[in-house]
Every structure is written in C-alpha cells, then in structure tokens.
Design a protein around this ligand. Structure first.
Ligand code: DLL
Length: 433
C-alpha cells in the first residue's frame, strides 16, 4: 500500500493545487516587489507590477532570473528578509565564478525538509527505518536536506556524510541501514566495493536508495538495484530553490513528482524563452512559492527536461519531471558540433561498459580534440591487443554515428578511473583551463 508524508496535499485535486498556487503566487510576487529591490527593478524594466499578477496564468509576464543574476547580486542582493531572520546558508558546488549563496529562515527549512520527508516516505521509509545519509554535509544541501527529512519521518538517522567507503559499508552492516541516501555515482562505487568484499544482496540490509544531485541512467539504476538488492529512487533539487526534494520519485519509478504546492514548474524554449506545452523538451524554470529568505521567481535552471501530467499509479497528483537530459551549459562545442556528455555515456552503456569514463577535450594545432577514456569491466580486461583494438574501433564507430564527429577512444584497466564520493566530474575541458 502506498504511503504518503502529507497525503492531503500530495494527492490533492488539480483544482486544489491550482488554487494554492494562485494564492501563494500573488502573495510571493508582492513580497518580492516590496522586499527585493534587485527583482523589483527587473519587474519595472519589464513594465510589470504586482497588480498584473492575479493568477498563475499571468506568470509568463514576469521576467526570468538567471545564474548570472545570482552571481551579480552575490551575496545579499536577492535576500527577501532581514538577515537576522535567517538561520542558515547553503552554497552551490560550482567551481567557476562566484558561488551562489542561498539563505533560509526557520520556516524555509521546515518547508524544505517536508519535501525531503515526502521523498523518504515515497521510497518506503517509516519510523522503523535506519537512514544513512552519505551525501556531503556542509555548504552542499544534500546532507542537511535529507537529514532534516529523515528526522521528520522518524527514521534513525546515520549522518555519515560522504567518503570513507569501508566505514560506510561497516555502518550499513552493523547498524542494519535500510535506506541509503547519496549520489548515484557514489552508490555505484559503494555497490562495486561491496561486490569486491564478497557481499551479495542477501548480506546487505538495505531496501531502498534515494539517489540524486546528478544525472544518472536507467542502466545505472538497474546495476545498483541488482548489486545491492534495493529499489533505487531518483531525487532532484538545486541550492537556489532549497536543495534536494524539489522533486522526487515514487513507487512507479518513472519520473519525479514536483512539489507543486511549493514550486511552479515551467518548461521554456532555451533560445526564445517562450513557454512550451507539457510533453515538449526544454529548459526547466521554477518559481518558489513560499520561500521567504531567498524567493526566486522564474529561475532558469539550465536543466533540459520534459514534464508529464499523466495519471500516476502511486496516487500522487503533482506533475512529474522526467530525468533531466543534461544541462544547457553541459553542452560541449567540438569542431563546431554540439556534443552532450550524456550522448557519449549512452554509447558506452549500450556497448556494455560501466559508467566509469572520462571525456577530455583539448585544442591542438587550432583544432579541437575529443578523447574518451573508458574503463573495461574485469570480464573484458585482456592483454590481447587485437581484441582491445577491435573494441576501441566499435566505440569510435558508435560515437561517430551518435555525435557526427570522430572521437579517440582509449580503453583502460578496471578501477583506473578515480571513483566519486559526491558528484562525478567526467568532463575535463582543457580549452577552458
Ligand atoms: O545537487 C541538490 C541535491 C542534493 C539534489 C542531493 C538531489 C540530492 P546543486 O549542487 O545546487 O544542488 O546542483 C543542482 O544538480 O540543477 C541539476 O543540474 C543537477 N541535479 C540535481 N538533482 C538531479 C537529478 C543539488 N536527480 C543541479 N538528476 C541541478 C539530474 C540533477 N540532475
């Protein structure tokens, strides 16, 4: 039987959800107009006042906010309340440019952790569970976000943070952890290490995993589920909007329900900014309906996604976002051709390789180069040069037909590519260094 953390709202009728969104949007726009001069100026420039926003049908009149706005207004320019009402900050993991700093009031944290509690219950969590949080704690939102949700559900929370892989596995066994929360690439690493330790799914008490913060494929899901003997659920979010729990997967494991009582989701054409109908792929844009300290209206996430309003078997009524298909800023331009890392991953997975690879882009003699280092599985590993050359050629051909350009492929020994304990870094673009 499906269980919910807040059934009334998670399964509310469309009319109820729209009613809540209309009411909250009008209030939020007024709050931002009154308290965030940076955005008020944007509204004035666009010729919009709070009186123009009477319902969600007027949302498109509001100007967008972008990552560039967040950087420009760093650190306090988008703050929506006196600093003394804030109790926490978190910050993005971005390595280039200025970091984005997001602020929270007590109530913002309360509403955020309701969202992660919904995700834990959707993954089957109850107060009988032991929930190990192996997302990083600190400025990153993963650890704190899931930790708060786990407390609300009443799980025994094990705040291991990321890293120290052997100790993670020891705690899973000794404390009988049933729910594991971490990035999918760290889950894959943990699963691989368990296998090497000779642990079979029956030896592992885990029943569910809540994995997000980066893109992962269905193949990766199947692999982790099999090795750990669990069901693996996706969770999505971003620091700018609170953190994990903007959307989460349910028992259907087919797209993530967006918490529509807290966020309005739109999909736009990234070139023109025009809203697209449900079912069409475009850039996700979110409006946070009740965040007080950091209230973002029409924030462009750069995540490429499709929304679905098909009825879900779990009984939840909130719109679903399908797995993001990459980010607009992930796109590499190599010899004039647009290449998404996810396309390269698809070729590798289709040929039976694990998701352990590295994409190295460089510029040599005024021409871009694309090198892909791919790890072999132990079963593939051989010193037969002819066999390796044949395998490499298969991948070069596969990539040529997927991308339209030639890549150099090098097969490397099992375990030679560094494993990730947080978000995996798979692209090294030396042109930018
Ligand atoms: O990654 C928040 C989070 C923590 C989500 C733990 C889930 C679990 P940021 O570091 O600000 O926040 O990065 C946000 O990560 O715009 C997406 O590009 C990507 N992302 C997050 N979740 C997913 C997911 C956290 N499930 C950025 N699938 C977002 C694909 C994801 N990409």
């Amino acid at each position: 039987m499906e269980r919910y953390f807040q059934e009334e709202i998670e399964c509310a009728s469309r009319e109820t959800i729209i009613g809540i969104q209309n009411e909250k949007l009008v209030k939020q726009v007024k709050h931002v107009w009154d308290d965030v001069p940076y955005y008020r100026k944007k509204m004035e420039d666009a010729g919009v006042t709070p009186d123009d926003i009477r319902s969600i049908d007027d949302l498109h009149k509001l100007p967008f906010l972008s990552k560039a706005d967040l950087r420009e207004s760093y650190p306090y320019g988008l703050l929506g309340c006196p600093l003394k009402e804030c109790v926490r900050i978190h910050s993005t993991s971005g390595t280039t440019g200025r970091r984005v700093v997001a602020f929270y009031t007590k109530e913002d944290i309360d509403l955020w952790t309701d969202c992660t509690a919904r995700a834990i219950v959707a993954a089957g969590g109850t107060d009988e569970d032991v929930c190990q949080i192996s997302y990083g704690y600190g400025l990153f939102t993963g650890g704190a976000g899931l930790d708060g949700g786990s407390h609300k559900v009443g799980c025994l929370t094990v705040p291991t943070s990321s890293g120290n892989t052997q100790r993670q596995i020891m705690f899973i066994q000794d404390l009988q952890t049933t729910i594991l929360c971490c990035t999918p690439s760290y889950a894959a690493y943990l699963a691989e290490t368990m296998e090497e330790m000779g642990l079979s799914p029956e030896d592992i008490p885990l029943k569910a995993g809540i994995f997000g913060a980066e893109a992962w494929s269905e193949e990766m899901r199947r692999d982790i589920e099999q090795k750990m003997g669990i069901r693996a659920y996706d969770i999505y979010g971003l620091t700018e909007l609170s953190g994990p729990g903007v959307a989460f997967e349910c028992s259907a494991q087919n797209g993530m329900h967006i918490n529509e009582d807290h966020f309005i989701a739109e999909v736009i054409d990234p070139e023109t900014g025009e809203p697209l109908p449900d079912g069409e792929q475009g850039e996700l844009v979110f409006t946070s309906l009740d965040k007080r300290a950091f209230p973002l209206l029409r924030y462009r996430t750069r995540d490429i996604c499709v929304l679905s309003r098909e009825k879900c078997s779990c009984g939840r009524t909130h719109v679903k976002m399908m797995k993001p298909r990459g980010r607009t800023d992930d796109m590499l331009i190599i010899r004039g051709v647009n290449v998404f890392p996810s396309q390269i991953e698809t070729v590798l997975l289709n040929h039976g390789y694990p998701a352990n690879y590295q994409i190295i882009v460089d510029r040599v003699n005024n021409s871009d180069t694309l090198d892909v280092r791919v790890e072999m599985t132990p079963e593939m590993f051989t010193d037969n040069i002819a066999e390796i050359t044949k395998r490499q050629k298969e991948l070069v051909d596969g990539m040529k037909s997927m991308l339209g350009i030639k890549a150099a492929v090098t097969l490397v020994a099992p375990k030679s590519i560094t494993r990730s304990e947080g978000k995996a870094v798979r692209v090294i673009d030396k042109r930018k260094i």
